[in-house]
Design a protein around this ligand. Sequence first.
Ligand code: NIG
Ligand code: FE
Length: 413
Amino acid sequence: MRTILQNPSQIIMVDSNGKNRKRGNEMNELHILLEHSIIIEDGYIKDYIPANKKPKNIDETIDLRNKVVLPGIVECHTHTAFTGSRADEFRRKLNGESYESIAKSGGGINSTVESVRKATFEELVENIQPKINYFISQGVTTLEIKSGYGLSFYDEIKLLQVINHLNLKNKIDIIPTFLGAHTYPNEYRKDKKKYNEIIINEMLPYIAKNKLALFCDAFCESTAFDAATVNQIFEQARSLGLHIKLHTEQFNNIGGLKTALDNRAVSVDHLEVISENDIESLAVSNTVSVVLPGVSYFLNYDFAPARKLIESGATLALATDYNPGSSNIANISMIMSLAAIKMNMTIEEILSAYTINAAAALNLSSITGSLELNKKADLSVYECSEYPEIVYNAGKNINCITMKNGEIIYKNY
Ligand code: NIG
Ligand code: FE
C-alpha cells in the first residue's frame, strides 16, 4: 500500500539526526520541509519528493494543502484509567484545603481507588474509551496509561488488563505502566510494610509473567512512598525486566531523583521542586525529564524549572498527567499554552517536547516521534499553514487528521 500526502504547507520533521532525542538547545531545531509531499509505504515513511512530482504506483492520495504535518503526538504520562469524579474535592480545594491534606484525610487518590474497585472490567472499558477518543482527536498516536487506582492485587491486575485490552481494541499504541506504588491504600495506612511486600512479592511477579506492563512507576513523596522503598520496588521490577519511571520532586525533595537515576529510569516526572544540583546531574544523564504544567496550574503552585533544565542540556518532554485529582486536564493545546506562557518554553521546544522527547520517555523514539525516513507513519495534521498556530491557538484543537501506521484514524475537516 502506497499513500501520498500531497503538498502540505509545512512538514515539521523534528529530525533528531538519528539520535532519537533532543537535548537542550537542539529542541529548537525542528527541520521544516516546504513544497514536498510524503510517500508512505505499508505504514512507514518511505520518501519525501518535490511537491510538483507525480509518482506512479500510488494507491491513495491525500491532499494536505494549507495544512501542517507534525509527528503524531506522544502523550507520555497519564492516569486515564480512572472512573468517577473528584469535583467535590476540587470545591474543597477552592475553599482553602490543600491537595496534601485532602490526601491525608483518606481522600485524594484513595477516593478514586474506591470508585475503580467498584467498577467491573466492562464498566472500566466503557468509561475509559471516550477518554482515549478525546486524545486521538487531538493527534495522539501513542498514549501511556498508568494503573495506580486499584491498589490491591486484584484491582491493579484488573486495571492493567483493562489497559492492555484497550491497547488491542484501539489503533493507537497504548503503553501500560504499573503504578501500584501510587499511594498506600486506606486499609494498609497502618501497615505499610505489608503493602510493600504485596507489590514486590505478588503484584510485580504476576505482572512480569503475564506481560501486563512495560514500565514500573512509583510516587516518591512524603504522603506516598519513601526513597528506600521505591528502591526496593525498582530493584525487583528491573530484575523482572520492567523499565523504570518515577513521580518525583513534586512537593518535597526526599531522595527520589537519586533513586531514579541509580535505577536507570527512562524518565523522571514532575520535578517542580528539583534542586539546582539535581538539575545538573539529571541534565547529563539519559533519563528524560517529563514536566507537567497542568498540575501546577490545577493545584496552583510553582511550575517545574523547564528553562533551567533545557539550558543545562536535559532531554525534556511535556505531558498532561491527566488524572481526576491534580490535573483534570486532557487538553494538549492547553498544556502547550501553559508551557509557553508559564514555563517560557519556545514553540519549537514545545513541539520537540511533545513528539520526539515524549517518545524517548517511553523508549519508543527509534520508531516514532519524528518524521525521519523508515519511522512509523504516525502523524498529526493541523488546520493551519504555519506551525506556530498550533501553540498560539490556546485551548483550541486544530488537529484535523490523526494518522497511525499510515492509516487515517481520525478526520475532522
Ligand atoms: O501525577 N502525583 C501523584 N499522582 C497523580 C495524582 C493522582 C490523583 O490525585 O489522583 C499525579 O499528580
Ligand atoms: Fe502522574
